[in-house]
Structures are given as structure tokens and as C-alpha cells.
Design a protein around this ligand. Structure first.
Ligand code: TMP
Length: 219
């Protein structure tokens, strides 16, 4: 009997309104057309416990949690998500595309809210153990454009209308986030690829799929 080949973990990261969920769908379609079974998921959330914790994190007043309590809540959601959804899928040979993962905690709670980066890295490591994304796309967009997109989406009655805790933070927070994501990418070029999303959805989808194919499918 042939051994099951472990799946790959691909993460999509970036600030508000950069188009991660659309790109996650497009990438899943591209991979499925190549015979790969894909699980699409998100953080905070994904698993049942993770989704319950999500509501505590994304709704309510911007100052509802201290940065440290937030980081632990993200870690609790993530540990549940990894144990109940991501690890089993990878072990069965499925590929997992997660809309956000550990880099979001480093960017939002570390660079954005000012928690020491090494503390965030330690909390992340406790939550995921040895698991590391095989490939991470950092979707990048000027802050004003991303916030305008996110707010337009909220007006359309999208679930994000309630989930606006971070959108409501000031512009300098979002600027720190963007710089944070770019710094994360610079520090891990073997894993991270920055994607300029100030283009059409099709153009962005093409760059992402070509890169995934080159990095993960080509021998
Ligand atoms: P979403 O809007 O992309 O679904 O993400 C929900 C919010 O959670 C988003 O504003 C970013 C925030 N977030 C963090 O602050 N830290 C994290 O570790 C994660 C996963 C998300």
C-alpha cells in the first residue's frame, strides 16, 4: 500500500480589505483543477471552538481586550483549529489554505498593538508546535484603499458589518500593520511572497497560482 503524502499548508495574510477570501477561493479552484484536494479555512475560526472564540475577538469595542489577552485568545482558537482541522487534513494528504494564521498575530498584536515580538512568537509557537506554513502570501495594498474596500463590504450587509473591531482602529495602527507584514516577509523570503493587490482580481489570482505551482507543485 502506498503511503499518503502529507498535504501542504498555504496561508494568506494581509491587512483589512486586501481580498484574501476571494483569492483563497481562486487558489483552491486552481489546485483542485490539478487534482489536489483542498480544505479552505480561516482564522480566527475554522473549527467549531475556533469560531466560538472568533466572536469574542472580532465583535465589540476596539479596546475590549488587552493586547496580551487578545494574543492568548488567538492562540487558543489556533490550537483548536490546528488540532481539530488543519493537522488531520494535512495527515490525510489534503492541502489547506488558511485565510490568516500566525503572521496575523505577529502583525496585529505585535507590530500593531505593541506586544513584544518575541513574546508573540513564543505564544504562536505554543499554539502550533512544529507546524509551519509551506507558503505564505502577504497581500499588500495601501492602507486607505484596503479600509475603503472593507467598509464598502460592510455596507453591503456582509458578516463583516459586525466584525469591525480592527477596522475601527486608527490609521496609524493600520500603517504599522502593513509595515509589520512587509517586515515579516523580508525576514522569511523562503516562505513568504508579497503580492501587490492594487490590480484586478484575475491578475492577482494568476500571480498567486503561478507562484504556488512553481514553489509547491513543480518537482
Ligand atoms: P478577517 O476579517 O480577515 O476574517 O479577520 C478577523 C480580524 O481578526 C481581522 O481584523 C484581523 C484580526 N486578527 C488578529 O488581530 N490577530 C490574529 O492572529 C488573527 C488570526 C486575526
Amino acid at each position: 500500500m502506498s503511503e499518503i503524502r502529507r498535504g501542504k499548508l498555504i496561508t494568506l495574510e494581509g491587512g483589512e480589505g486586501v481580498g484574501k477570501s476571494t483569492q483563497s477561493k481562486r487558489l483552491a479552484e486552481f489546485l483542485e483543477d490539478r487534482g489536489i484536494t483542498v480544505l479552505r479555512t480561516r482564522e480566527p475560526g475554522g473549527s467549531e471552538g475556533g469560531e466560538q472564540i472568533r466572536r469574542l475577538l472580532v465583535e465589540g469595542a476596539p479596546g475590549r481586550w488587552t493586547p496580551l489577552s487578545e494574543a492568548f485568545l488567538y492562540a487558543a482558537a489556533r490550537a483548536d483549529h490546528v488540532a481539530h482541522l488543519i493537522e488531520p487534513a494535512l495527515a490525510e494528504g489534503r492541502w489547506v489554505i488558511s485565510d490568516r494564521f500566525t503572521d496575523s498575530t505577529l502583525a496585529y498584536q505585535g507590530f500593531g498593538l505593541g506586544l513584544p515580538l518575541d513574546a508573540v512568537a513564543q505564544i504562536n509557537a505554543l499554539a502550533v508546535g512544529e507546524l509551519k506554513p509551506d507558503l505564505t502570501f502577504i497581500l499588500d495594498l495601501p492602507v486607505g484603499d484596503g479600509l475603503a474596500r472593507a467598509r464598502a463590504r460592510a455596507h453591503d450587509g456582509h458578516e463583516s458589518a459586525r466584525e469591525d473591531r480592527y477596522e475601527r482602529m486608527d490609521e496609524s495602527f493600520h500603517q504599522r500593520l502593513r509595515e509589520g507584514f512587509l517586515t515579516i516577509a523580508r525576514n522569511a523570503p523562503e516562505r513568504c511572497v508579497v503580492i501587490d493587490t492594487a490590480r484586478t482580481v484575475d491578475q492577482v489570482a494568476r500571480v498567486i497560482s503561478v507562484t504556488a505551482a512553481e514553489r509547491l507543485i513543480a518537482p
